[in-house]
Design a binder for this molecule. Sequence first.
Ligand SMILES: [Zn+2]
Length: 327
Amino acid sequence: MALQNFQYDIIMREYSRRQSQVQHVLEEHRREAFAKVPRLLEIDQTVAGLSAEKIRSMLSGKPGSVDELKEEVAALAAERTALLLENGFPADYLEPHYFCPSCQDTGYIDGHKCACFKKAEIELLYTQSNLAEILQKENFDHFSFEWYSDTMKNEATGLTARDTAKRAYDMARNFVRDFDSRFQNLFLYGSTGVGKTFLSHCIAHDLLESSHCVLYFSAFDLFDRLAQTAFSRKSETDPGEEFILDCDLLIIDDLGTELTNSFVSSQLFLCINERIARRKSTIISTNLKLEDFSSTYSERTFSRIASNYQMIKLIGNDIRIQKVFSR
Ligand SMILES: [Zn+2]
């Protein structure tokens, strides 16, 4: 969705860098070509003079003289091309060579974002999500129900592991489909290796592809990061805590594996609470049993989650171990 200001600034800085690089190359070309063929400099100066004259004629409403000037400029342009080719230069040697000819490296066409801007946006979001590489392998296209037993059952629901996975998969798909129209959060739980992280990666992948700002953290890294920003000044490119509270989707993976203490517990509550207040979606995955959650963190945290998150339980055998044995 909307980029954060600091992200917009990073992209616009890259556009100005490109513009000055294009100008720099063009200056080099002009210097070289004018030194070798002085007539090219004369042509350049004449064309500049004619262009100014053309504007004056247009303003004074003399269309006939405008056409004449156009012809003159066209003749000079033809002479310039011929001279360049004769002297071993490419025909477009004195033209700017934009990275993106469509928007001439401004990022915008008629006030709308150019395709190159959208591409830059997605690339930046991927880089900042902490997920850039893993999502090539872990996305909905690579989700397989084969890893889930069709005999093992969830006592409470009576569903097999595979059917449970199918339900979770559908909920994840719906989460992505309704992301812009409905505020929702997911709480994925179940034992190690049942595909909770994989499922959150599938969601992250699709939301990044549609230019949403997604931020992924293992619980350990998240609290480590929050502890750092609590005690240090943030830099220009690292917006720190604000970004964590304000990104479109925050994924907190493996909650319960960090060293839980009162700092962690209070930060988790603040983070969950603030994101609910801002109506920003969060996905939490954990190996903890629901009954252990309150005692590990706090009753108030669990109560916020229970009333604002969809609970998805996955069951099955450890997929990572199955993969090792199936090689
Ligand atoms: Zn462009």
